[in-house]
Design a protein around this ligand. Structure first.
Ligand code: AMP
Length: 174
């Protein structure tokens, strides 16, 4: 197994969910046990010595590898979810997507200032989603925040939108 094989396992769906969007379908990569294991092992290798105490996964595809990474890193898992999904008191942050607008929420007791946080999502497109997640994590006074993606769409330059104090690393680039 190598990165080219992982890359080739990601299905491209033209014009989904809207005309002009080329959707990268991670489910075609995650469904193969060898590929899924390679991906989680590679991301774990990158972050294993960073002292991560919490992995923050972004709904919904960020929950898949986010949970695996939290377990591998012996860290806690924190969900960031769409409005109305989290049952206890939340902080909210509206943001702009590549294809629309949305809001993200996090539980008010999810993090503390001394946490070392790894935010994970499946894909970085324009950077709006992860920027909202960074703002939510920042509300807790957390100073060490990292962001990781399985896939980064370099041509959308989402990296330029992300706060420069947050180191970003992605496994696969298109
Ligand atoms: P953005 O806020 O533009 O960086 O968008 C990132 C979020 O939208 C991630 O949670 C992705 O799952 C989803 N997303 C955006 N564009 C795509 C795409 N072309 N293929 C798959 N997922 C996408």
């Amino acid at each position: 197994m190598n990165l080219d094989q992982v890359r080739n396992s990601i299905r491209n769906i033209p014009d989904y969910p809207k005309p002009g969007i080329h959707f990268k379908d991670v489910s075609s990569a995650y469904q193969d046990g060898e590929v899924f294991n390679f991906i989680s092992a590679a991301i774990f290798e990158k972050y294993k010595d960073y002292g991560i105490t919490k992995v923050v996964g972004i709904e919904s595809r960020g929950f898949i590898l986010g949970g695996v990474l939290a377990e591998k890193l012996s860290a806690g898992f924190i969900p960031i979810r769409k409005p109305g999904k989290l049952p206890a008191k939340t902080y909210s942050k509206p943001y702009q997507l590549e294809y629309g607008f949305d809001t993200l929420e996090i539980h008010q007791d999810a993090l503390s200032a001394d946490d070392v946080v790894l935010i994970h999502d499946d894909l970085l497109a324009t950077g709006g989603t992860v920027s909202a997640a960074i703002d939510l994590v920042g509300l807790f006074g957390v100073s060490k925040i990292y962001a990781n993606f399985f896939i980064e769409l370099d041509f959308l330059k989402g990296i330029n939108k992300i706060n420069k104090s947050v180191p970003v690393w992605s496994l696969i680039h298109f």
